[in-house]
Design a binder for this molecule. Structure first.
Ligand code: MN
Ligand code: MN
Length: 477
């Protein structure tokens, strides 16, 4: 180890300092470990990410955006009847809500694949199947929240409506209202503090009832003195004129309320990004870009998966607990004349998902030595779950060593972190579903402040390091 000398040429390091430098883990702000060029690269990379965030507020929008990016770079729709050769670039879309992009390797899938899996869904308010009603001359929509939210955070803020309505005759209607400057927005009302004496004394979890997350959507009645439900009628009339729908069409719709604001830089130094849905687009975007930017033929087939339904437990046929990924691997295996289970056994996976960044304002729920911090790079989370490591895949020491190895070799800024103190709560990721398929997997992602809030915060350096981490994984043995 190099000895540091001061101006007078006198040795400045004691023996203890030297030993510490060689034996202890580095505890230095990540920004002081990288050069200005990397900071500039990170800032540039994040400009693309912010655009992606603004056009991809739901899983369907994320997949549509990712597909158009992939097509622009020569990726072609996966075709079962085709024989793929090394270097071929394909994408596979599952029901508009999950996506696999892959580059076929020199060895195909015979010796396993390299997989990065992130998710493209995020917590939000879903519109109920029969949502529209009128109360005291106001028109409202009933909602059912999706994923883990703190309900009080979703009141009294502008919301936009996204999704799809499929009419009985099969007509597809894409809905996106509240994102353009001239669009109206929607909101959940909240009680004025003057009359909230009872509400304010309730525990946070009970202060806002889930059935009170109703969306205000109109207040002008259809002009008729005799009838009832005239505000509702007026709204239905407007929707019919705009989309040609009738009330029962809500039954065959997937409509979602999300925050109406755009991604912005956070801080005087613009070092962070605040936005809706960093979890998990902050991993989905770098994972996708690492595949799209891959400019040679990989040894083994590489792929990024953007999955749906992670926030509700990965069930459903677009989530990672379904068979769609296994079937895709089986199709590639058939083309190479190998058993898909042998391919899975030899495959390696990064489950790219966020972790809760240490928040000094709420420091009591974190173990400082085993938490991830903003600006210290991508975080490896050996296990998630809760209690005594329930409901988690605990990555092996062998796989941890493998991941550490390629991260350090490629000078990727990285750190390790658990999700908070033991027994402080808990959470899960997609990792266990990959592990259940006999794939080696560990969670690797970006630290987030205010996770699952309508406005989450990440560091630009960490986003870029996620991209570098995935790229290094694809290049590693
Ligand atoms: Mn997540
Ligand atoms: Mn989440």
């Amino acid at each position: 180890m190099l000895m540091h000398e001061n101006q007078s040429g006198k040795e400045s390091n004691t023996e203890a300092q030297n030993l510490k430098e060689s034996l202890f883990m580095v505890k230095k702000n990540g920004l002081l470990q990288i050069d200005d060029k990397q900071i500039k690269d990170a800032d540039e990379f994040c400009e693309g990410y912010k655009v992606f965030l603004d056009v991809s507020k739901t899983e369907r929008e994320s997949i549509a955006c990712a597909v158009s990016m992939a097509e622009k770079r020569g990726f072609e729709k996966f075709d079962l009847n085709k024989k793929y050769k090394p270097g071929d670039k394909v994408y596979y879309v599952n029901r508009e809500k999950s996506l696999i992009v892959a580059v076929i390797g020199e060895k195909g899938v015979k010796e396993g694949t390299k997989i990065v899996v992130a998710h493209a869904d995020a917590p939000r308010l879903d519109i109920k199947p029969n949502p529209l009603y009128e109360a005291n001359d106001l028109a409202m929509l009933k909602t059912h929240y999706y994923g883990g939210i703190k309900k009080y955070q979703w009141t009294a803020m502008p919301l936009s409506l996204h999704g799809k309505i499929i009419k009985k005759d099969g007509t597809n209607i894409d809905v996106r209202i509240g994102e353009d400057e001239n669009d109206p927005v929607f909101c959940v009302t909240d009680l004025l503090p003057h009359l909230a004496k009872d509400q304010m004394s309730k525990p946070l979890q009970k202060a806002i009832d889930a059935e009170n997350l109703n969306i205000l959507i109109g207040s002008r009645p259809f002009r008729d003195d005799k009838d009832s439900d005239l505000v509702k009628l007026n709204i239905m009339k407007l929707l019919n004129e705009k989309y040609g729908i009738i009330e029962s069409d809500f039954l065959s719709a997937e409509l979602e309320m999300v925050p109406a604001f755009k991604a912005s830089d956070v801080g005087f130094d613009r070092s962070m990004i605040g936005a809706y849905g960093h979890d998990d687009r902050v991993c989905a975007y770098p994972a996708l870009m690492a595949v799209l930017d891959y400019n040679k033929t990989p040894k083994n087939t590489i792929m990024a998966i953007l999955a749906d339904k992670e926030e509700t437990g990965s069930d459903g046929n677009t989530g990672m607990n379904s068979a769609f990924f296994r079937y895709f691997i089986a199709d590639l295996s058939d083309m190479d004349g190998v058993e898909y289970r042998h391919v899975l056994t030899k495959s390696k996976c990064l489950s790219a998902d966020v972790n809760g960044a240490f928040d000094p304002t709420y420091s009591s729920v974190y173990d400082p030595a085993n938490s991830c911090y903003l600006n210290n790079g991508v975080v490896i989370t050996k296990y998630t779950g809760s209690g005594g490591k329930y409901s988690t895949s605990d990555a092996s020491a062998e796989f941890m060593a493998y991941v550490r190895g390629f991260l350090e070799q490629n000078k990727v800024l990285w750190q390790t972190g658990e999700l908070g103190k033991v027994d402080a709560g808990g959470g899960g990721t997609i990792a266990k579903y990959m592990a259940n398929l006999d794939v080696d997997v560990v969670d690797l992602g970006v630290p987030v402040l205010s996770m699952h809030a309508p406005f989450e915060v990440v560091s630009k350096i960490d986003v870029y390091m996620a991209y570098k981490a995935v790229s290094s994984f694809f290049n590693a043995d």
